[in-house]
Design a protein around this ligand. Structure first.
Ligand code: TYD
Length: 200
């Protein structure tokens, strides 16, 4: 099974991913946690770009993220998801929201990402951009995309994407305590897993 965790910066996707891993493992499941940008060649290149403030040109970045995703999906996510629950901290919804908010055409971003499938379940952690930004500010160096104005725009793009119903998605309340958020996410994963086992 393949699950992606999504949200604006500061929404808590990384914390949720870690907590879910522990909770699923405690229930006897094997879990592989990963992230995008990935830790593969293009993903590492993208991280370097983001940390040195050279993330301009949304079409170029969209292509880099898509290239990273193709490698990540086919060499890591797909093989690992045969026997594990794979949880990716961000996946293709991030490209539609972030590169869309930066000015890339969302339909085109969708097209260049069409070689990889949607996850079995996408967990969207919803949090007010002001609250998320306050969380980010207490961390150290802010990255290229971490300004409040931009995060508000990304939240609007995510909002529009949540209206689409062509892939399985649930919304979670990012204001919840981390344990409760993980418990709710866990329940949704179990439900989705039950449904996919029934249909197979
Ligand atoms: P992030 O998960 O925030 O990494 P870290 O926790 O190490 O800071 O991801 C880095 C940034 O990249 C984040 O602002 C979201 C952005 N991003 C995109 O713009 N497009 C994408 O397709 C992905 C996966 C991430």
């Amino acid at each position: 099974m393949f699950v992606a965790v999504e949200g604006i910066d500061g929404a808590g996707t990384t914390t949720l991913t870690g907590n879910l891993k522990s909770m699923l493992e405690d229930s006897g499941m094997t879990v592989h946690v990963t992230r995008e940008p990935s830790d593969l060649t293009v993903g590492r290149f993208i991280r370097a770009e983001l940390s040195t403030h050279r993330a301009g040109m949304p079409d170029r970045m969209a292509l880099l993220f898509a290239a990273d995703r193709v490698e990540h999906y086919f060499t890591e996510i797909l093989p690992k998801s045969q026997e594990n629950i794979v949880i990716s901290d961000r996946y293709k919804l991030s490209s539609l929201a972030y590169q869309g908010a930066l000015g890339a055409d969302v339909a085109w971003v969708d097209t260049i990402n069409s070689r990889v499938p949607w996850p079995d379940l996408t967990l969207y952690v919803e949090l007010d951009p002001e609250v998320a930004y306050d969380r980010l500010r207490v961390r150290d160096a802010l990255e290229e995309y971490e300004t409040l104005v931009f995060q508000k725009k990304v939240a609007r793009f995510y909002g529009r994407l949540l209206e689409r119903h062509d892939f399985p998605l649930v919304r979670l309340d990012g204001r919840l305590a981390p344990d409760e958020l993980a418990r709710q996410a866990f329940r949704h994963i179990m439900e989705a897993r039950g449904a996919s086992l029934e249909s197979s």
